[in-house]
Design a binder for this molecule. Structure first.
Ligand code: FAD
Ligand code: DHB
Length: 389
């Protein structure tokens, strides 16, 4: 089999890249290790930046999002019972869209189907050969058989655990990593949201987040030690813990119910440089991970895809090889700024078990500064709604 761009990974990054390349007349095939149902069953991100919203519209996949998504003009932080509303729209002129990653992925699959796009499921990529040549070959297993896909370029959109990043020789790669000593336990429930806006809550018992997917579907998270196991958490235990961490009046009106889904995700900051080696380009979680506190992971995957589809379009339409050379630096400049914001939000809002008294006081002072300074709130808002592409 042969194509122009072989895309490894049928998550949001791979599917959006596939759709955009197709709209620019560039042939591509997506290889995805899992079944479609498995990919659609993963409950993950919920907040889209304006840039992501615009890109999805440009890719002809914005229709349901515009109909069913919720535009939010503000977000709330709390520190015990102290609350701080940040009017992100007033401060920046932009808002964010509440629309789940599951729905985005669903819409992207529908869009690929409608255009006859090739997405091969249960195709497990195990080797990427010839990335230093003009004709790389991707090797994968499907139905117990080995297959090859010849191409001009490989797009590694295969997430943190995928093989693409590892195909870059170790000597040519530099990794930056910070692991946090806690994870997030998430719960999805068919209950109305705790509040109209998202609440990021800091408390001595640990961080908590009240989010939502719609007026009847809520998503909550609580910080837990890495030793915690999801089997040890009932929905009741979760609700009791959440109520202790969020402002009292929000807790008093919280509607609880059974959990549709519960899972624990570890928190990590990670960047692998460069994002391009020869004919291999990385995008999304394959190249970087942010802790979820700033709601940046999916959005960062989409800004990479924005740069990458333009890079490949420039190459195919004008034979512009400078664009190929520029991709990694262009994408990484934005990646590092989002890494900084996600790290900063994580430090601001979580309980770090081994933090000194001095560091705890600094954390409290940071919150007090936000309370007092519109400049500080504006900086938070500017990053939360998304830095320009
Ligand atoms: P993935 O979604 O990981 O997709 C990669 C795909 O590659 C997968 O489908 C995988 O099966 C496939 N693959 C892997 N290996 C192979 C192989 N060998 N062969 C073929 N295919 C392969 N981000 C936000 O922006 N906002 C949020 O609010 C937010 N909240 C989050 C909450 C949680 C609990 C979690 C876990 C994440 C959250 N994120 C959030 C992050 C966001 O979900 C990710 O950044 C996003 O999924 C990245 O998309 P991706 O396409 O790069 O990677
Ligand atoms: C959600 C997840 C996040 O990481 C975040 O910062 C905001 C919302 C969510 O799943 O709804």
């Amino acid at each position: 089999m042969k194509t122009q761009v072989a895309i490894i990974g049928g998550g949001p990054a791979g599917l959006l890249l596939s759709q955009l390349l197709d709209l620019h007349g560039i042939d591509n095939i997506v290889l995805e290790r899992r079944t479609r149902d498995y990919v659609l069953g993963r409950i993950r991100a919920g907040v889209l930046e304006q840039g992501s919203v615009d890109l999805l519209r440009a890719a002809d996949v914005g229709e349901r999002m515009d109909r069913e998504g919720q535009v939010h003009d503000g977000v709330e932080l709390s520190w015990h019972d102290e609350r701080l509303q940040i009017p992100i729209k007033d401060l920046t002129g932009r808002g964010v869209m509440i629309y789940g990653q599951t729905e985005v992925t669903h819409d992207l699959y529908d869009a690929r189907d409608a255009r006859g796009g090739a997405v091969i499921h249960e195709a497990d990529v195990f080797a990427i050969d010839g990335i230093e040549s003009d004709s790389p070959v991707v090797r994968y297993l499907k139905d117990g058989q080995e297959h090859t896909l010849e191409c001009d370029f490989v797009a590694g959109c295969d997430g943190f655990h995928g093989p693409a990043r590892k195909a870059i020789p170790a000597a040519q790669r530099r990794e930056f990593i910070r692991e946090y000593p806690f994870g997030w336990l998430g719960l999805l429930s068919e209950t109305p949201p705790a509040a109209h806006e998202l609440i990021y809550a800091s408390h001595d018992r640990g961080f908590a987040l009240c989010s939502m997917r719609s007026d009847v579907l809520s998503r909550y998270y609580v910080q837990v030690p890495l030793t915690e196991k999801v089997e040890d958490w009932s929905a009741d235990r979760f609700w009791d813990e959440l109520k202790m961490r969020i402002p009292e009046d929000v807790a008093a009106h919280l509607v609880t119910g059974p959990a549709i889904e519960m899972s624990i995700a570890p928190l990590r900051s990670f960047v692998s440089e460069p994002m391009r080696y020869g004919r291999l380009f990385l995008a999304g979680d394959a190249a970087h991970i942010v802790p979820p506190t700033g709601a940046k992971g999916l959005n960062l995957a989409f800004s990479d895809v924005y740069y990458l589809h333009r890079t490949l379009d420039a190459f195919y339409s004008t034979n512009d090889t400078d664009a190929l050379d520029a991709y990694s630096d262009l994408a990484l400049a934005r990646v590092w700024k989002c890494e900084r914001f996600s790290w900063w939000m994580t430090n601001l809002l979580h309980d770090f078990p081994d933090r000194s008294d001095f560091e705890r006081r600094m954390q409290k002072t940071e919150f007090e500064y936000l309370l007092q300074s519109e400049t500080a709130r504006k900086s938070l808002a500017e990053n939360y709604v998304g830095l320009p592409y």
